[in-house]
Design a protein around this ligand. Sequence first.
Ligand code: XIL
Length: 352
Amino acid sequence: MSEKHKLASGARALLAGAIGVLTALAVTTPAGAAAGTLGAAAAQSGRYFGAAVAAGHLGESAYVTTWDREFNAVTPENEMKWGPIEPSRGSFNWGPADQIANHAMSKGMKIRGHTLVWHSQLPGWVNGNMSAGDLRSAMINHINQVMGHYKGKIYAWDVVNEAFADGGAVGTLRNSVFTQKLGNGFIEEAFRAARAADPNVKLCYNDYNIDDANASKTRGVYNMVRDFKARGVPIDCVGLQSHFGNPPANYRQNIAQFAALGVDVQITELDIGGSGSAQADAYRRVTQACMAVSRCTGITVWGVTDKYSWRSGDTPLLFDGNYNKKPAYNAVLNILNGGSTPPPMGGGTIRS
Ligand code: XIL
C-alpha cells in the first residue's frame, strides 16, 4: 500500500471511529448534556420512558413520529388483553398486538405486556358458567400461549391486574370470576404459571389507587408482595398505574417501601388531569419520586396525545391534540435530565 493510500485508509478509519463515537453519543448523551427527548433523558439513568399505544392509530404519521421520537418503551393499550387476544377459546388474534410489538422491536424499545389475568375486557367465553377446573386450565393455557408467543420480546408482564378491592378490610380482593371459582389463590397460581411459561421476563402485579403509602388498598398489595417474597412465589415488580389528579404527598415513600421488599417498581399508566403549571408540577413530582428510588425502573404514560386518551376530557397527557409539547412535558424532561429547578410555567414562560 502506498503512503498516500495508507493515509487515506487511516483517515477513513478515523472518520469511521468518529462516526461510531457520535452515534454512541447520540444514543446515550454525554454526562452533563441535556437529552432532548423523554426516552433519551430517561436512559441516562438506566430508565425507560414509555407510552401506551393503540394499533388503530398507527396509520397517523404524527402519532407514530411522536411515539418514535420521544419514547423508548411501549405498552399496547388494549391489544394484549384477554378479550382482544383470545376472543374465542384457543384461537388467538395476534395481529394488532404484533403490529405494536414489531414496530417497537424495530426501534429497540422495551415492551410491557399488558395484561394476562384481569377481571375486565375478558372474552365472553370466560365466565361464571365454567367449572373451577375449566377456568384454571383456561387461565394457565392463556398464560402459556400468550407468554410463549412473545417470549424474548417482552421486558415485563402485568401478570395480574387490579385484583384488589377499593374498599373493605386490608387485603380484600375484588369479587370476580377468578375469586369466585379459584379463590384468593388465583393470583399466586397465575404468577407461578407465568414463571414456568417464561423464566426470563419480569413478572409484575399492577393496580390503581395503590399510590398512597398508607391507604388500605396499598397495604393489601404490600402485604401480598411481602408474603410472596417470603414464600418464594415469583414476583419481580409492582406497577403503580397512577391515574390521578395529584400524586399523594408520600408517593416517593410508597415507591421506596415496595422497592425495599425486593421488587422493581414501575409507574405503568401515568396520566394526570389538568393543564398548565399545576399539571406540570404534578408530573414533576411523580418523575422526581421515581428518580429518587433506584429500583423505580421506568415510567409509562397512558397514551401519546390528549386527543386519544381514555380520559381525554381531562387532557391528562404530555402532548396536546396537535402533538405540541405541554408544560408538563418540559417538567418531566427537566427532571429526567437531572434538573431540580422549577419547570417552565404555563404558557411556556420561564420563571426567573
Ligand atoms: C383502558 C384503555 O385505555 C381503554 O382504551 C379501554 O377502553 C379500557 O381500558 N387500567 C388498566 C388499563 O389497566 O388497561 C385501562 O386501559 C385503564 C385502567
